[in-house]
Design a protein around this ligand. Structure first.
Ligand SMILES: [Zn+2]
Length: 96
């Protein structure tokens, strides 16, 4: 198992602690073609298992406009989606 990133890294834009998404989730949300503010292009262009993303700057990309947002590991380690709904632990890695 690849070592996970820890949530809480400071957002380069607004300095808020960031949450963590998987590469699968990144690919899913990129299909909607959102503008991503908190992940620099230099990181987006590299294939990584996990990415830090800011809930504040990239709430739209995380699915704020959707009924069900994309899953991310929140600051407290709980898997949630943007509307605050907790998602069953483990599902973050099983999303395919
Ligand atoms: Zn931010």
């Amino acid at each position: 198992m690849v070592r996970k990133l820890k949530p809480g890294k400071r957002c380069p834009v607004c300095k808020a602690p960031m949450v963590v998404i998987t590469q699968d989730t990144l690919h899913q949300l990129m299909e909607l073609n959102p503008a991503i503010h908190s992940i620099p292009n230099s990181i987006l262009s590299v294939s990584k298992p996990y990415y830090h993303i800011c809930k504040g700057c990239d709430g739209y990309a995380l699915g704020d406009q959707l009924w069900d947002g994309f899953p991310f590991e929140d600051i407290d380690g709980v898997i949630r989606e943007i509307h605050g709904k907790a998602i069953e632990a483990g599902s973050l890695d099983n999303e395919k």
